[in-house]
Design a protein around this ligand. Sequence first.
Ligand SMILES: O=C([O-])CC(=O)C(=O)O
Ligand SMILES: [Mg+2]
Length: 220
Amino acid sequence: MTARNISRFWEWGRKIICVGRNYADHAKELKNAIPTEPVLFLKPPSAYVREGSPILVPLYSSNLHHEVELGVVIGKGGTAIPQSTAMEHVAGYALCLDMTARDIQDECKSKGLPWTLAKAFNTSCPVSDFIPKERIPDPGNVKLWLKVNDQLRQSGCTSQMIFSVPYLISYISDFISLEEGDLILTGTPEGVSAVQEHDELQAGIEDIVMMNFKVERPDH
Ligand SMILES: O=C([O-])CC(=O)C(=O)O
Ligand SMILES: [Mg+2]
């Protein structure tokens, strides 16, 4: 067996932990309260999709939204990691989309049900190439953007995050042990909006990484 390479973390089958409402302007645009503690949910590894394969609109949704987010790739596992050493657990980063069936999420919210079908379906987690840690010396100050069909929809800076990367690693690992190959999605800035079949999504982190995805309807 060949050794696993962290730069292909999406092949490892490890968990994806997502943080919601980590930007005040996005919490406001969806009329949610500003959280006093991180809001967490999970996606399974089957949610990963890579450039060259399409993002599939779930058949049960008519309002699929993009959410551009900084992803943090865990290089060293741990439980109850203190904030002071949290960055030692980071191997690198990836640009990620937290694709969200907003109509289903709204329904789940109104019924007090979990968001699984709104957030965790196949292709709900497009990821860029792996970005080694050294390329982002300060994950609390990078600009993220996303365009749909060449029109800018999201443009934000991780300096707007309510909870920082070290805080999130420490907070999450108190309850859910982190393992090498896990990915943390750190939340989206404002500007989320609907995408349709045939749309072209382009997203980037400054001049560090860029990725392109096409939206399609599954044929089954
Ligand atoms: O808006 C949501 O669904 C919560 C979320 O994932 C985010 O804020 O990034
Ligand atoms: Mg999100």
